[in-house]
Design a protein around this ligand. Structure first.
Ligand code: SAH
Length: 234
């Protein structure tokens, strides 16, 4: 049971009326009663109605939303520098998404092999504590010009959530852990994965879209010199 304290409810046809608290108890998966303290009349509502009321009461957006990561990414990129700036720039960059035990049920990824690419929705955990500012200086503008955070893909965001399209290289289950291998990643080792969705070409790829200040893939070719001892090891 939880106690909420709000000043009044104003929801769909209900006249705004003051309440001090309402109290809820679960009845089944998506129904529960709320008890308005003033009237002490229990009302049966669904979770979605309850959420709508909450949004109204708290001036949506809600102040706090909690997610449980569905998995964690094991990546060869161990520090946040020198990671590709977007997915698919370095196709050889491969990683493993290990699904958390709650989601290891093979049914949760049934059909995923039909998709060559997947969206990963993830937390920028490496910088999540560092806050954000309304403008950022994208590397694509030489780090000199400012654009709005919402006109950028900067990791420093009000909600530090990232999205990357990665190659689906197949999945397996070993000792009860389901893993999906992904390619072309731009993600730090240990990145908490919030969601996985199939990439759907007809909807997700827009051939005449404008790329703003990031029109072309950056020229990232660098010449690499190997020392004789490195060459020997290769
Ligand atoms: N494709 C994503 C990420 C773009 S920013 C998006 O558009 O949302 C990519 C940069 O994020 C990488 O170069 C790396 O420096 C940084 N990064 C990747 N994973 C991170 C993590 N878990 N925490 C903090 N920074 C991360």
């Amino acid at each position: 049971d939880m106690l909420f304290s709000y000043s009044h409810i104003d929801y769909k046809g209900l006249a705004p009326f003051p309440i001090d608290y309402f109290h809820y108890s679960h009845l089944s998966r998506n129904r529960f009663t709320i008890l308005l303290q003033q009237s002490l009349t229990p009302c049966l509502i669904t979770v979605s109605t309850y959420l709508l009321i909450l949004c109204n009461l708290t001036n949506f957006p809600m102040t706090k939303i909690e997610f449980n990561p569905i998995g964690v990414l094991l990546s060869p990129y161990k520090q946040k520098f020198a990671i590709p700036r977007q997915p698919n720039l370095v196709k050889a960059g491969k990683a493993i998404v290990n699904l958390s035990s709650e989601f290891t049920d093979a049914n949760s990824i049934r059909g995923i092999e039909q998709f060559s690419h997947l969206w990963l929705v993830f937390l920028f955990h490496g910088v999540a504590e560092q806050g954000w500012s309304p403008t950022v200086q994208p590397p694509r503008l030489g780090g000199k010009e400012r654009v709005g955070v919402f006109a950028s893909r900067s990791p420093f965001r009000p909600n530090p959530i990232g999205i990357s399209v990665v190659e689906n290289l197949g999945h397996s289950t070993n000792s009860g852990v389901t893993s999906i291998e992904v390619g072309g990643i731009d993600l730090l080792d240990g990145t908490p994965i919030l969601d996985i969705k199939p990439y759907i070409p007809y909807a997700d790829s827009i051939s005449d879209a404008l790329g703003g200040y990031a029109k072309e893939q950056p020229d990232n070719s660098l010449s690499v010199l190997f020392t004789p001892s490195a060459e020997e090891q290769l």
